[in-house]
Design a protein around this ligand. Structure first.
Ligand code: ATP
Ligand code: MG
Length: 158
């Protein structure tokens, strides 16, 4: 179905903002106009819930999570940045593999199966998008994905 991604993203972020137990600040940098994508709402929810849960899981006390979305060449690029532990360069290519978890000792106590990002990757790619991560150890991680999107003139929706 067609979803206005701005409203959809806001609703998911709200849900986390109201239920999070950590002291983590949320910052939103979303488009200031509607942006429609054709996507299964449940799948899109699952992708975002996983990425945001990871960001919270690996955030330090008092850290900030920044939610962004931009338009780029017929795509929406959605990203979630945290100020957490980060991912070593040599492991970043593997985090989208099934059951892969960086540093078993560190992540064991945080729980999880290592499937979240593998599932997200399958769903994003099935919809013609891509997913990737950038990270600096000790500084934080940004996980981004793209969705095919046809920009519309603003007046079409007013
Ligand atoms: P699941 O999502 O199945 O509950 P998980 O969160 O461990 O388990 P993924 O979401 O697939 O699995 O993530 C794979 C691994 O990538 C994580 O175990 C963690 O090591 C690393 N990772 C993912 N997101 C972050 C992040 N924001 N900061 C640091 N490491 C991350
Ligand atoms: Mg996860």
């Amino acid at each position: 179905e067609w979803i206005n991604f701005v409203d959809f993203y806001n609703r998911i972020i709200d849900r986390f903002e109201f239920t999070k137990e950590q002291n983590v600040v949320f910052e939103r940098q979303l488009l200031d106009h509607a942006a429609f994508v054709e996507f299964d709402e449940d799948k899109l929810t699952q992708i975002l819930v996983n990425i945001i849960s990871n960001a919270l899981k690996y955030s330090p006390e008092g850290g900030k999570i920044t939610f962004r979305m931009i338009e780029k060449e017929q795509h929406l690029i959605i990203s979630v940045s945290d100020e957490g532990v980060g991912i070593p360069k040599e492991n970043i290519g593997q985090i989208f593999e099934r059951f892969y978890r960086v540093d078993k000792a560190r992540t064991r106590k945080l729980g999880g199966t290592g499937l979240g990002l593998a599932i997200a990757k399958e769903m994003v790619e099935a919809h013609g998008g891509e997913i990737w991560a950038e990270s600096e150890e000790g500084k934080g991680t940004t996980v981004s994905f793209s969705l095919p999107y046809v920009p519309t003139e603003e007046e079409d929706w007013s």
